[in-house]
Design a binder for this molecule. Structure first.
Ligand code: UDX
Length: 438
């Protein structure tokens, strides 16, 4: 059993803290946000994540997990410190590392014996080595070693991803660090999760390469879907067949209104910026970023055509505000851009999301928020589906026709049956399965 501090209790940090405590370690979660810390110590989640609350409560109850604002007390009693603070994008796309820097400064100041620093935050190549230098330059009293251990968990499936990861990547340079991490992750080793040991720079780049590749895969299928729409082909079958090719794989081939979230958009910008600073052509990821913006803009352009170019004064029901289902996270959600564009056109928005309305309200306080999808559709000229929540897969077409004023239905996530929608009289469009050219 190790004493571990996890700095940062966001999506990654909190799941890691809870998971490491569940493996039997004594974990202290550290965050600068007082309100969050108070909430967490009461076993309350600061965000929606299926299954996380039970693990949080059970591990607090067992005495293995607690939270504090006081980094100076958490560091000296921890032999291992995980860094899971945010690395938000700066204006030029590069990652802002100030939270990481202040965390390692605190570690340098307060560590009293050998401390292993494990970076979970996604950081540009070279950052961990630079942080190591920074620690040494501050003349830390104790020996401090830094390793890179990128986290691949997805929001909405974080518990499953933490306990059953595809692989654990560790960029470490000493046998001592390696032994400590094997000990911490013993439970995963026993369940035969593959461990990939590598150099620090390799581990840093693995994370960016993975996210940029996935973002590229989504963008590829989005553009194929746009083409399928024009030529009357079916993207579902195209994606299925592509997925049957073992070299491609079936996942991440679902077209949509563009990818969002706290990782992909930020990480591809940071990767492009890293390429620029090393003079290496990363034009592919730059094109992915631009194409993703186009994909979001395309939603309103399509609605315009479907509604005969007269959007001003119309009412549109928007179903789904989160960047994907099973989360209340709206960071870089396509809904942000789409709703901003619709408001510019003079549209009245009636929005619904099962989890993300409170977060969306902070950014868009003046649109109407409704308790259910069907409530949002009352009097609407069109329905726009932006997030693949399960409850939107079984919409009652007859009831919708009764409560709506119009009959346009734009399903950007391909949730509904085009044939049935059309049988109910809808002007139905989706992403690449319809034969119409809008
Ligand atoms: C992602 C990575 O998957 C994870 O490994 C990393 O640690 C953090 O970033 P997350 O942001 O939680 O995780 O979301 P993810 O499920 O990967 O989806 C990202 C975006 O892509 C969402 O907007 C989603 O709707 C979109 N997407 C995903 C598609 O449009 N089509 C797909 O086929 C898959």
């Amino acid at each position: 059993m190790k004493n571990i501090a996890v700095i940062g209790t966001g999506y990654v940090g909190l799941v890691v803290a809870v998971g490491l405590a569940d493996f039997g370690n004594r974990v202290t979660g550290v965050d600068i946000d007082d309100v969050k810390i108070a909430k967490l110590n009461e076993g309350k989640l600061p965000f929606h994540e299926p299954g996380l609350k039970d693990y949080l409560e059970a591990n607090i109850e067992s005495g293995r997990l607690s939270f504090t604002r006081d980094i100076s007390s958490a560091i000296p009693k921890s032999s291992v410190v995980f860094l899971a603070v945010g690395t938000p994008p700066r204006r030029d796309g590069s990652a802002n590392l100030e939270y990481l820097e202040s965390s390692v400064d605190a570690i340098a100041e307060h560590a009293r014996s050998y401390t292993l620093v494990v970076t979970k935050s996604t950081v540009p190549v070279g950052t961990n080595r630079a942080l190591g230098k920074r620690i040494r330059a501050r003349g830390a009293a104790a020996e401090i070693e830094i390793v890179s251990n990128p986290e691949f968990l997805r929001e909405g499936r974080a518990i499953q991803d933490f306990f059953h990861p595809d692989r654990i990547v560790i960029g470490a340079e000493s046998e001592r660090a390696r032994e400590i991490l094997v000990d911490i992750y013993r439970a995963l080793k026993l369940s035969e999760v593959p461990f990939l040991w590598c150099g620090i720079e390799t581990a840093e780049l693995i994370k960016y390469a993975t996210n940029a590749f996935l973002a590229t895969k989504i963008t590829f299928i989005n553009q194929m879907a746009n083409l399928a729409d024009k030529v009357g082909a079916d993207i579902a079958l195209i994606a299925k067949s592509m997925g049957m090719d073992g070299r491609i794989g079936e996942k991440f081939l679902h077209p949509g209104p563009g990818f969002g979230g706290s990782c992909f958009p930020k990480d591809i910008r940071a990767l492009a910026s890293t390429g620029d600073s090393f003079g290496v052509d990363m034009s592919l990821v730059k094109i992915v970023a631009a194409a993703n913006e186009e994909q979001k803009a395309r939603v309103v352009a399509r609605l315009k055509v479907l509604l005969d170019a007269r959007l001003n004064g119309l009412s549109i029901a928007v179903l789904g505000l989160a960047f994907k289902s099973n989360t209340d996270d709206v960071r870089e959600s396509p809904a942000l851009r789409v709703i901003a564009d619709l408001l510019k056109e003079g549209i009245l928005i009636r929005a619904h999301d099962p989890q993300a309305m409170d977060n969306f309200k902070i950014l868009f306080p003046d649109i109407s928020y409704c308790d259910s999808g069907i409530e949002a559709m009352k009097g609407a000229d069109a329905v726009l589906i932006l997030t693949e929540w399960n409850e939107y897969r079984s919409l009652d077409f007859s009831l919708m026709r009764k409560v709506m004023r119009g009959k346009v239905l734009l399903d950007t996530r391909n949730l509904l049956d085009p044939k049935r929608a059309r049988e109910h009289g809808f002007i139905y469009r989706d992403n690449g399965r319809s034969t119409d050219s809008v």
